[in-house]
Design a protein around this ligand. Structure first.
Ligand SMILES: *[C@@H]1O[C@H](CO)[C@@H](O)[C@H](O)[C@H]1NC(C)=O
Ligand SMILES: *[C@@H]1O[C@H](CO)[C@@H](O)[C@H](O)[C@H]1NC(C)=O
Ligand SMILES: *[C@@H]1O[C@H](CO)[C@@H](O)[C@H](O)[C@H]1NC(C)=O
Ligand SMILES: *[C@@H]1O[C@H](CO)[C@@H](O)[C@H](O)[C@H]1NC(C)=O
Ligand SMILES: *[C@@H]1O[C@H](CO)[C@@H](O)[C@H](O)[C@H]1NC(C)=O
Ligand SMILES: [Cu+2]
Length: 667
C-alpha cells in the first residue's frame, strides 16, 4: 500500500473511533488498539522483572519519516535536591546537555553556588525529542525531601490522556516523596514544547526541560526553508535566582524584596557579573555551532517564571520566524524577538555571514530592567574563533533592534513601522467555524490584584494567600473577583469526592458566596464541541506589566488584542460596553496562528477562541509563577467526566480526611 493511502486509512480510523491510539505490547512492539481501549490498558511496559527498558535520547531523536511506525520513548526522571557547583564538579566538567543520563553530574549554571531541584542532575532537565505520534512514557520518581510534585507537558494536548496533564488536584494527586508516577501520552501536536513542574514554585528552582515533537519533511510546510533541525539548536531561556524560590515567597520587606530574578540562563548556562565588584564568573556560555552556507531551524523556548519578558537578538543575523507554540506561520523575518513566559518561537537562522563568532544577547525586560539582567550566548561558525571579536553587547547598549516581534507597548503593524505582534503573524491553517460571527459561548474574564491592608490581611484565623511585591504591597490575584483554590480531590479522577459547594464560577456567581473578594475552586462549565470565546481583560493595570495566559489542552486563536491609552483604564464594565457598541474589534478576516500562551497587553484585552472538542478539566492561568501561587488560575471544564476515557486502573487517589469527631474511637 502506498504511504499516502495508508495515511488516509489511518486518518479515517481516527475519525471513526475517537479513542484509537497507538500502544505497545509486552515486547515493546507497537500495536494499534481501537474502540474503548486507551493508553492505560498498556501492560506494564517494565515487563515481568520490573526493570525498565529505557530509551536513549538517540533512539527517539531521529529523522522523522512518513509511514514509519511510532516508537515508544520511555524515560526515567529522578527528581532531587541538588547543588550547583557541588562535589560532582570536582570529578568532571559537563560538555553536553542532550542526555537522559548525564555523563557528568556537575551543574555549573551561571557560576553562582546554590541549591536547586534537578531532574537526573541536569539543568535544564533531560530533553525529550521525538517524532509526531510517538508514545512518550516518563516515570517520574520524586526523591525530593519533603516535597510533592507534578510535571506538566506544556504544549501537549493530552487528547484521550487527560489524566496526564500534570496539574495538581485537577488531573492527578501530586506525586509524594518516594513514589513514581508514570506519565504516558502521544507526542501530539508537533512543535517546540517543554515540560515543567506545575506544583508550587519548583519550576523556577530547576524542574524544566525541552520537549520537541518533529514531523516528516513532507508534513512540515517549512521543511524546504532549512537544512538542519538539530537538537543542539534548541534554545531554552530561563530566569534564575541566586537563592531558592521559597525565599521570595510570600516576599521579604527589608532585604531582597520582590520576586525579580538575579540572572538569566541559556540552556542552563551563563555567567554572572557581581554588581558591586564587577567581577565575572568564569563558567562557559552556551555555544550554538553552525556551518557557513547552511540554514538552521532554531527552537526557542521561553521558560521564564518571573514577570520579565525576554528579548533575544543575534549579532548580524536575522531570525525568520516560522512557528509559534507548535503552529507554522508564514515566514517572518525579525531582528529582535520578545517573548513571555511559556511561549515558544521557531526561527530560521541563515548562516550566511562571514565565518566568525557572534554574540547572542538575551535581555530581561520589564522589572528586570531595574537591575539590568541579561545573559549572553555565542553563535560560532565552524572554523570561527572561540569568542566574538566584537565587544559583548551591554544592557544599555544592545544589539541593533531592527524589526521587533512583540514590542512591550503592543503597538504593531500598521500603527508603526518596525514592530509586529502575534496578531500580525499569519497562520497556515484556518480552522473552520472559528471565525464565524458569534461564538457559541462568550466568557469575560477580568483579572486584577486585590490590594490588602495589613489590618485586613493579618486578622486572627484568616490565612489568605498573598505575595509581597517589590514595593512592599501585599496582593492576591483575582480572576472575576475569585482567587483560585485547589479542589480537595482531583477533578478528572475523583470529581464526585469534592464538596460541590467548593466550586464557583465568576460569570455565574451566587452573590451570597462572593462579593469583592472570594476564594474557591473557580470552574467554568463548557459544552463539548462549542466554539468558546474568552475575553481576558487587564484590570490589574500595573505599569509595564502584561500577563501571559496559558490554556491547557488546546490551541486558541486570537481575534483581537488591544492596549488602551492610559487615560482610558479598561474594566469589565468598559469592555462589555465597548463590545455592545462594536468597539471590541474582531479581525474575522485575519488568519492568526494557533497559540497556547499569549500575553494580554497592559490596560488592554485579548479575544481568543477555541473549539472545545477535547473534553476534560483544563487549566487557564497566568504563566507567571508567583501569580499562580496567589490564585491567577481557573479551570475550564469541557463536557463531563463521562466524556473522558476510564480512569486508569489503580490511579492514585487523595482527599481530605475528616471523619466526624463523634465517631472517632481512640484506643
Ligand atoms: C564529554 O565528556 C565525556 C566524559 O566526561 C566524554 O566521554 C565525551 O567524549 C565528551 N564529549 C565531548 C563532545 O567532548
Ligand atoms: C542572509 O540571509 C538573510 C535571511 O535569509 C537575508 O535577509 C540576508 O540578506 C542574507 N545576507 C547575505 C549577505 O546574503
Ligand atoms: C511605514 O513606512 C512606509 C514606507 O516607508 C510609509 O509609507 C508609512 O507611512 C510608514 N507608516 C507609519 C505608520 O509610519
Ligand atoms: C468585583 O469586585 C468589585 C469591587 O472590587 C465590585 O465592584 C464588583 O461588583 C465585583 N463583581 C462581582 C461580579 O461581584
Ligand atoms: C516602562 O517601560 C518603558 C519602556 O521600557 C520605560 O521607559 C519606563 O520607564 C517604564 N516605566 C516604569 C514606571 O517602569
Ligand atoms: Cu499574572
Amino acid at each position: 500500500m502506498n504511504m499516502e493511502l495508508q495515511r488516509g486509512c489511518l486518518a479515517l480510523l481516527l475519525v471513526l473511533d475517537s479513542v484509537f491510539s497507538v500502544q505497545v505490547d509486552d515486547n515493546y512492539n507497537i500495536v494499534k488498539k481501537n474502540i474503548n481501549s486507551n493508553f492505560h490498558d498498556v501492560p506494564d511496559i517494565r515487563g515481568k522483572n520490573n526493570s525498565p527498558k529505557l530509551s536513549t535520547p538517540e533512539e527517539c531523536l531521529r529523522n522523522c519519516k512518513d509511514g514509519e511506525p511510532p516508537k515508544t520513548c520511555h524515560y526515567k526522571f529522578t527528581l532531587e535536591f541538588y547543588s550547583i557547583l557541588g562535589g560532582a564538579c570536582e570529578v568532571c566538567t559537563p560538555n553536553s546537555t542532550n542526555q537522559i543520563t548525564p555523563s557528568c553530574q556537575c551543574i555549573l549554571a551561571d557560576g553562582f553556588e546554590r541549591t536547586l531541584l534537578s531532574v537526573n542532575r541536569m539543568l535544564p532537565g533531560p530533553s525529550i525529542q521525538v517524532c509526531e505520534n510517538d508514545n512518550i512514557v516518563v516515570d517520574v520518581l520524586n526523591k525530593m525531601e519533603g516535597a510533592e510534585v507534578t510535571i506538566h507537558w506544556h504544549g501537549i494536548h493530552q487528547r484521550n490522556t487527560q489524566y496526564y496533564d500534570g496539574v495538581p488536584m485537577v488531573t492527578q494527586c501530586a506525586i509524594p516523596q518516594g513514589s513514581t508516577f508514570r506519565y504516558a501520552f502521544l507526542a501530539d501536536p508537533v512543535g517546540t514544547h517543554f515540560w515543567h513542574a506545575h506544583t508550587g514554585l519548583q519550576k523556577m528552582d530547576g524542574l524544566y526541560g525541552s520537549l520537541i515533537v518533529r514531523q516528516s519533511p513532507k508534513r512540515d510546510p517549512h521543511s524546504k526553508l532549512y537544512d538542519e533541525d538539530l537538537p543542539e539548536h534548541v534554545m531554552l531561556i530561563s530566569d534564575w535566582f541566586h537563592e531558592g524560590t521559597n525565599e521570595k515567597f510570600p516576599g521579604r520587606l527589608i532585604a531582597g524584596q520582590g520576586q525579580n530574578p538575579d540572572s538569566i540562563l541559556v540552556n542552563g548556562k551563563g555567567r554572572f557579573i557581581y554588581p558591586d565588584s564587577g567581577e565575572e564568573t568564569v563558567t562557559p556560555l552556551e555555544v550554538f555551532t553552525v556551518t557557513k552556507g547552511k540554514r538552521y531551524r532554531f527552537r526557542m523556548i521561553n521558560a521564564f517564571c518571573s514577570i520579565c519578558p525576554a528579548q533575544v537578538s543575534i549579532e548580524g543575523h536575522v531570525m525568520t520566524i516560522i512557528a509559534t507554540d507548535g503552529n507554522a506561520v508564514k515566514p517572518t523575518p525579525v531582528q529582535t524577538l520578545i517573548s513571555n513566559a511559556g511561549e515558544r518561537y521557531d526561527f530560521i537562522l541563515n548562516a550566511n555571514m562571514s565565518v566568525g563568532t557572534y554574540w547572542i544577547q538575551v535581555k530581561g525586560l520589564g522589572e528586570c530592567s531595574v537591575y539590568k539582567i541579561q545573559q549572553l550566548a555565542i553563535l560560532k561558525y565552524v572554523d570561527g574563533p572561540e569568542s566574538p571579536s566584537s565587544q559583548p553587547p551591554q544592557y544599555d547598549n544592545p544589539l541593533p533592534l531592527g524589526m521587533i516581534l512583540n514590542p512591550l507597548d503592543g503597538v504593531c503593524n500598521g500603527k508603526r513601522n518596525g514592530s509586529l505582534c502575534v496578531s500580525d503573524l499569519t497562520g497556515l491553517k484556518r480552522p473552520p467555524d472559528m471565525f464565524k460571527q458569534y461564538a457559541d459561548k462568550t466568557i469575560y474574564l477580568p483579572y486584577k490584584f486585590y490590594l490588602h491592608t495589613m489590618e485586613e490581611l493579618f486578622k486572627p484565623n484568616e490565612y489568605k494567600a498573598f505575595i509581597s511585591t517589590f514595593d512592599g504591597l501585599h496582593v492576591t490575584s483575582l480572576i472575576d473577583n475569585i482567587s483560585y483554590e485547589f479542589p480537595s480531590a482531583p477533578l478528572t479522577s475523583q470529581y464526585g469526592d469534592n464538596d460541590p459547594k467548593t466550586f464557583c464560577d465568576g460569570n455565574n456567581i451566587d452573590p451570597s458566596q462572593c462579593t469583592d473578594f472570594c476564594s474557591c475552586v473557580h470552574k467554568i462549565d463548557i459544552k463539548n464541541g462549542e466554539i468558546v470565546e474568552v475575553i481576558l481583560v487587564d484590570e490589574a493595570q500595573v505599569t509595564n506589566l502584561s500577563h501571559p495566559f496559558h490554556l491547557h489542552g488546546y490551541f486558541f486563536y486570537v481575534l483581537g488584542s488591544e492596549r488602551l491609552p492610559q487615560e482610558r483604564p479598561i474594566s469589565l464594565k468598559a469592555a462589555i460596553e465597548m463590545d455592545r457598541k462594536g468597539l471590541l474589534k474582531r479581525a474575522y478576516e485575519n488568519n492568526p496562528p494557533g497559540k497556547d500562551t499569549l500575553v494580554v497587553p497592559e490596560n488592554g484585552y485579548i479575544i481568543i477562541r477555541f473549539k472545545a472538542d477535547n473534553p476534560g478539566f483544563w487549566f487557564l492561568h497566568c504563566h507567571f509563577l508567583y501569580h499562580i501561587t496567589v490564585g491567577m488560575n481557573l479551570i475550564l471544564q469541557v463536557g463531563t467526566n463521562s466524556d473522558l476515557p476510564p480512569v486508569p486502573p489503580k490511579f492514585p487517589t487523595c482527599n481530605n480526611f475528616r471523619p466526624p469527631v463523634a465517631t472517632i474511637k481512640l484506643p
